[in-house]
Design a protein around this ligand. Sequence first.
Ligand code: F6R
Length: 240
Amino acid sequence: MEVVIKDNYQEISQLAANYLFDTVKKKNDAVLGLPTGSTPLGMYQIIIDKYKDNCSFQNVRTFNLDEYVGLDKTNKCSYCYYMENILFSHIDIKEENIYIPNGVAENMEEECRYYENLIRSRGPMDILFLGIGPNGHIGFNEPNYYFEPYTHVVKLTDNTIAANSRFFDSIESVPKTAITMGMKTILSAKKIVMLATGHNKAEAIAKSIKGKVTPQVPGSVLQLHNNVTLIIDKDAAKYL
Ligand code: F6R
């Protein structure tokens, strides 16, 4: 695993954006895997500001990692809403090329199978960007006793609900379940770029990179992939 330690958030965001631009420059119909959360905000801003000088998203397809169960695209806390506002409405991507798990599907089991098959038939993802939770989760794959291989519904841990409550009016309004790509889905991407900043990610980063591969530390599964770049700041790198 390649580990790049940068001085500040701007440099992390710029390098991540460069990976994305390079991928799309080489392949104008690239398939991208995308996260939400705070960490990729800087990368998305650079993409908005600079994409016209670098590439077009006309033929690009995107797959988001996850979505809350029960929130539709009009809900400001849904990842669908986030992606539209933070990125998609500012670039020249076609609506029909955007894929995000449907958190309000009538039959969630069916939605999981549908989403997984979409990734399989339209993919593989050329590059997948990830953040990591303080508990080591990637996508919404929470610490567990086994690896969930494919897209599935997951019960969020109290730790994740507390961490994500900053985006909601109250902790009670954070959904208790989510739909997420599974571990094999994540590992099926040709290239993975994980971003992390801050002291509160340091333990998860150290365990993911140096610890044993275990479903108790979902990020550790990245050790099984042969093309991962981790871009982090000094705070997140403090136990390496
Ligand atoms: C979000 C996702 C999550 C986040 C993680 C870190 O789509 O997949 O795994 O990447 O919770 O979130 P932030 O960046 O807000 O610290």
